[in-house]
Design a protein around this ligand. Structure first.
Ligand code: NAD
Length: 495
């Protein structure tokens, strides 16, 4: 049976389904980037608020800015924006029908509708999962990448916006003129200081485009920082078929995820917020409280994914659980976590880092999730400077070990050539793919050409003698011996 409002009562096999009146909802939240993660995370928390606490002012209007989002519109519109979250663990699967997204606007061609929705007085929060690259953030200068053609287009043109900042600025300018409060801009992307980056980049953009509004926003706006966590693989056709067979639910685009979920959120809102703490969100008073959780999660979980991903891809693995089941890879990851990352982390009251690492190990091992190595290799140019390079820089500073961290950068360089060890070619999915792939091919087994990419490596790393020596050696070994044999050199397996 196809998901829809009219059919909702018949899906008794789902563990939970909306029991609230979806016709009585206001859109308190506009969310940009309705992908897998948003639908497994914020939308689930809001669904619980609607169902347990009748928080009717806080349903979500989804927005898709990129051309690819047409497929999300085509999936959600015919099923009244209902969809299923399939939770998978070794104990089995459960299905939850989520009703918190009650409208969806595909922005290309409907730009005015998006701006009007964000500017509406009922909208209090605009939340984002637009991937790391959607922020146009230069890691080295910590400034907005104003040279980017999309940003240039939005800054100088009179046409409809293309970038998130173009939309936010247009909508905030209307709110400013109408005497409303600015909505809170709530980033749920995996970036250290995601709120501060959103604030600084949006203000930099707005100062160039709408200076009066920018001054008002700087004074009155709010950009909470947060740490978000729930592993959400890409949905595949098998998931849809399984959902229909096991639960009788016909859903054009369900989401598969793990039972674990976490959200540590800074309590910093400019126009009100729902009682997120009632549904399990850790709402904390200051940015400092978020930062510590954030650092631990980004360096260990996301850093762990990056560390495994490129080596595993070169070695021909398909799924993350298969990688972690291989003693060589598992030992490499443990050594990297315990020897090179953990010593850099602050101690957080009430959190046992060893236990956190063990939990990660078992989350990565979940065979039912079928998280793809290809997914964790996406967008390396956004991930490397967030999750790996800062640990290397800090270890260099304290003269600590960098061998395993550096090996993963070398593996990424090797991966960027677009040809694996069996001669199979694959597509690099990265906003900088074209440039990086050309440089990787030019550099061959030497890291020097890629290390020259200023926006990624700045000057600190590429002129650090120890780092350059280590990465040169790692790349040479990878080139000559392949990923597995290289790992054997780096890892001493316990007897
Ligand atoms: P996805 O591919 O399912 O969705 C990505 C969404 O981002 C799409 O809606 C797309 O339109 C939008 N987007 C991409 N580039 C954009 C741009 N330049 N401007 C505006 N929108 C843009 O991916 P996902 O799994 O939902 O992950 C999205 C983000 O969520 C990640 O990059 C990460 O920061 C965060 N996250 C993901 C996970 C996970 O396990 N998938 C876990 C924690 C956090």
């Amino acid at each position: 049976l196809r998901l829809s409002n009219a059919n909702l009562a018949q899906f008794s096999q789902a563990e939970t389904r909306p029991d609230y009146d979806r016709t009585q909802l206001k859109h308190g939240i506009v969310h940009v980037g309705v992908g897998g993660f948003h639908r497994a995370h914020l939308a689930v928390y809001v669904d619980r608020l609607l169902s347990k606490f009748a928080a009717n002012d806080w349903s979500i209007c989804g927005v898709g800015l990129t051309a690819f989002d047409a497929s999300m519109r085509d999936a959600l519109d015919p099923q009244d924006h209902l969809y299923t979250v399939i939770e998978r663990s070794a104990r089995g699967s459960s299905a939850h029908i989520i009703g918190s997204i009650s409208e969806y606007i595909f922005a290309p061609g409907n730009e005015e509708a998006v701006i009007a929705k964000m500017a509406d007085k009922d909208t209090h929060i605009v939340s984002l999962t637009i991937t790391e690259s959607g922020y146009y953030y230069n890691e080295n200068t910590h400034e907005l990448d104003v040279s980017n053609p999309n940003i240039q287009f939005d800054l100088t043109g009179d046409g409809p916006p293309r970038t998130t900042y173009g939309y936010l600025t247009a909508a905030l300018a209307r709110r400013y003129k109408a005497g409303l409060r600015p909505f809170t801009v709530m980033s749920c992307d995996n970036m250290q200081k995601n709120g501060s980056i959103s604030r600084n980049m949006l203000l930099a953009f707005a100062r160039l485009k709408e200076p009066n509004m920018a001054a008002w926003l700087s004074e009155n706006g709010a950009f909470p920082n947060s740490m978000v966590d729930r592993i959400t693989p890409r949905t595949v056709d098998e998931d849809k078929q399984g959902l229909q067979q096991q639960f009788g639910i016909e859903d054009a685009w369900p989401v598969v995820t793990e039972p674990f979920m976490q959200w540590v959120l800074e309590d910093n809102f400019s126009d009100g917020r729902p009682q997120f703490e009632d549904v399990g969100v850790q709402v904390v008073p200051t940015v400092r409280d978020v930062e510590q959780f954030e650092l631990m999660k980004l360096r260990l979980l996301n850093g762990g994914h990056v560390a495994m991903g490129y080596l595993a891809s070169l070695a021909g693995f398909t799924y993350v659980h298969e990688v972690i089941a291989d003693p060589l890879f598992s030992q490499y990851l443990n050594d990297l976590w315990y020897e090179e990352v953990k010593p850099l982390l602050p101690s957080i009251p009430g959190v046992d880092v060893d236990e956190y690492i063990q939990t990660l190990h078992s989350r990565f091992s979940n065979p039912t999730l079928k998280d793809e190595v290809a997914r964790i290799c996406l967008g390396g140019s956004g991930k490397m400077p967030q999750f790996i390079l800062p640990s290397i820089a800090e270890q260099i500073e304290s003269r600590g070990p960098i061998g395993r961290l550096t090996l993963c950068v070398a593996a990424w360089f090797r991966y960027l050539s677009g040809v694996d060890e069996n001669g199979k070619t694959y597509k690099i999915d990265d906003p900088m793919a074209k440039e990086l792939q050309a440089l990787a091919r030019e550099g061959g087994a030497s890291p020097n050409v890629l290390l020259g990419v200023q926006t990624l490596f700045g000057d600190d790393l590429r002129y650090d003698g120890r780092f350059v020596r280590e990465i040169t050696m790692a790349m040479r070994t990878l080139d000559r011996r392949g990923a597995r044999k290289t790992l054997e050199k780096y890892v001493e397996l316990p007897e």
